[in-house]
Design a protein around this ligand. Structure first.
Ligand SMILES: *Cc1c(COP(=O)(O)O)cnc(C)c1O
Length: 316
């Protein structure tokens, strides 16, 4: 279990690496939703997503424990974050990516100084390879969400929101494997339990929704949402118990609603946010978050996209 103290220590460990991201407001958005909305701009974070928080905390901890090599198994935001922080801290890293990984993402990982190894097309193939590489090189494998140091690092988003918005009433967060919302819960529910924390998943990647409904970790197959950061097939062994105990509500949004939020953010607020990062706002904009007379913080979790994909992210 991750304690408030763990999240506070993570904040100290990572503060010289990460940006304290701004809060963005839009009167148009407030009028449209009839709420006071505060957008936590993690798409403006180093490496383009909040993942650098957990990665930095985990890599620093691994180095303190004597690790001499770092591995991860992701071509996405987690892989980029681990590659970046390993490069900054001067520890060699290998990132295992799928054979069909997007070229721009692979180039970004290499530019941060990490080695790239191609392996299979599924995470079931990549993860054992990344663990093996770590073992062979006196290193540590850093998972994307199911790790105490990763969860504690992501929880610093929650600490920052409470510092920046002391009278916030609710925080709305996208849910993939649950590292981000799990960390936020570990901070917020111990500092200000009255603040409601609401998770959001795409309808087509509703593994955490089903798991909460059944009370046990439940896997789904064939997730196909445009929110690629939320395509996990099941919540984590560490994250799920945190959500089951502390989460106030979990709501689902359609692909159309995610696109609507993506388009609004780009067109009206000039913010380029990836679909996963727009998912929490999609829930608010579609009236699915019950809030009355309270200030609502919405986490925009990342902004990494291939610009050529933009037409796919717009409603026709
Ligand atoms: C990873 C990621 C998420 C989901 O985070 P979890 O910790 O897996 O729940 C949401 N948005 C973006 C942009 C991400 O990269």
């Amino acid at each position: 279990m991750v304690s408030l103290e763990d999240v506070r220590k993570a904040q100290e460990r990572i503060e010289n690496v990460i940006h304290k991201t701004p809060i963005i407001t839009s009167s148009l958005l407030n009028e449209r939703c009839d709420l006071q909305i505060f957008l936590k701009a993690e798409h403006l974070q180093k490496t383009g997503s909040f993942k650098i928080r957990g990665a930095t905390n985990a890599v620093k901890q691994a180095m303190a424990e004597g690790a001499r090599f770092i591995t991860a198994a992701s071509s996405g935001n987690h892989g980029q974050a681990v590659a970046y922080i390993a490069g900054q801290l001067g520890i060699p890293a290998a990132i295992v990516v799928p054979k069909d990984a997007n070229r721009a993402k692979v180039e970004a990982i290499k530019a941060y100084g990490a080695k790239v190894e191609y392996c299979g097309t599924t995470s079931a193939e990549r993860i054992p390879r990344a663990k093996q590489l770590a073992e062979d090189n006196s290193g540590i494998y850093i998972p994307p969400y199911d790790h105490p140091a990763v969860i504690a690092g992501q929880g610093t988003v929650g600490l920052e929101i409470l510092e920046q918005l002391p009278d916030i009433g609710a925080i709305v967060v996208p849910v993939g494997g649950g590292g981000l919302i799990g960390g936020i819960l570990c901070a917020v529910k111990f500092l200000k339990p009255e603040v409601r924390v609401i998770g959001v998943e795409p309808e087509t990647a509703n593994d955490t929704f089903l798991s909460l409904q059944k009370g046990i970790i439940t896997a789904i197959s064939g997730t196909s949402t445009i929110a690629d950061g939320l395509r996990t097939s099941q919540p984590g062994d560490l994250t799920f118990p945190i959500l089951r105990e502390h989460l106030d509500e979990l709501v689902l949004v359609s692909e159309t609603e995610i696109k609507e939020a993506f388009q609004f953010l780009l067109e009206r607020t000039k913010q380029l946010v990836e679909p996963s990062g727009a998912t929490a706002l999609a829930a608010v904009m579609s009236g699915k978050v019950s809030a009355a007379n309270e200030k609502v913080a919405v986490v925009l979790s990342g902004g990494n996209i291939d610009l050529h994909q933009i037409p796919d992210f717009l409603n026709s």
